[in-house]
Design a protein. Structure first.
Length: 318
């Protein structure tokens, strides 16, 4: 008897899991707790799916994915935007948890994204600290903005909170440094990245934690993954302006700030930026091109395990 390839979509919320299985059109709902996860695993053992698809939901999916990976189930974590665009292209405009589960299973069947292993525990901890650091920075900026228009009494209270947040920021930086230095592999990669003029500890740690693919992909793949690769918008005789889209926004933000520094202190990036401006490129277009070139150089450095040197100017990012 020929086996059936089954694809499972799981919509994750804080309290429940909505499951849809194709092609059986079988639906289940489980509580997001120990008993619910156990019942889900039992169903999956019976079904033996070819692929399980889960959306990245900002952290809610971590426990579920950990359980699935621990049970050696083939699970892929996908970008929610891809799934919504797929649903719209399929004419599915309504949105409920049950519908989302069905869309995810269909997405898995049609697109078949590659399952990726769950990050190891140390990397997961590093990512959590990095996210917390970013939240603290955002809170400091917000408090400083409030302080500008506050009365003297309120400004003093806000300053007290800012001082407390700055201490927490220093603690987060120390913890990030400890994570990196505790691993010989990460320490070696961190040293390579920081050998590049313009790349500081914050950027290096972000790349290590949030972009583990760096050094493993080619230049076009890594640029597209971060969201600094230009895409054509042409139709017939019309030639639209190429634009960047999607990608990992938090990595892009940190890379943007590092590129600003590199334009001043990195001779390779500085010459490239001046060349683009002299050629008539808008400043933001030139900036994104420099981000892409810097990322391409870092990718090549990790791939070849070589520190920064001026010869990297010859590396093309096109």
């Amino acid at each position: 008897m020929e086996s059936i390839s089954r694809f499972v979509g799981i919509d994750v919320s804080k309290e429940q899991l909505d499951v849809h299985i194709r092609p059986d059109d079988e639906r289940h709902q489980f509580g997001y707790d120990a008993s619910g996860l156990l019942a889900l695993i039992e169903v999956l053992h019976r079904m033996q799916p070819q692929l399980i698809v889960v959306e990245a939901t900002g952290g809610y999916e971590h426990r579920l994915v950990a359980e699935l990976v621990n049970d050696q189930q083939p699970v892929a974590i996908v970008n929610p935007r891809w799934v919504r665009n797929f649903a719209r292209a399929s004419g599915q405009l309504a949105k409920t948890d049950a519908i989302d589960g069905a869309v995810l299973s269909e997405f898995g069947e049609k697109m078949q994204p590659q399952p990726r292993p769950l990050p190891n525990e140390s990397l997961q901890e590093l990512r959590e600290v990095l996210v917390r650091r970013r939240q603290i920075v955002d809170m400091i900026v917000a408090e400083k903005n409030r302080q500008e228009n506050a009365s003297k009494r309120m400004a003093r209270q806000i300053q007290t909170h800012i001082s407390w947040l700055q201490k927490r920021l220093a603690e987060a930086d120390d913890e990030l440094r400890h994570h990196v230095e505790s691993s010989p592999i990460w320490k070696a990669k961190d040293d390579l990245l920081q050998s590049t003029p313009g790349i500081g500890p914050a950027c290096s740690m972000t790349l290590l934690a949030a972009l583990p693919e760096l050094g493993c992909l080619n230049r076009r793949q890594i640029a597209a993954l971060v969201g600094v690769a230009p895409f054509n918008k042409d139709s017939g005789r019309f030639r639209g302006r190429r634009t960047t889209q999607a990608g990992r926004a938090h990595v892009r933000c940190v890379l943007f700030m590092s590129t600003l520094a590199a334009i001043r202190f990195n001779p390779v990036i500085a010459r490239f930026y001046k060349h683009l401006i002299a050629a008539g490129k808008p400043k933001m277009v030139a900036m994104v091109a420099c981000m892409r070139k810097l990322l391409t150089i870092l990718n090549s450095m990790l791939k070849s395990s070589t520190p920064w040197n001026p010869e990297h100017e010859k590396i093309t990012c096109s």
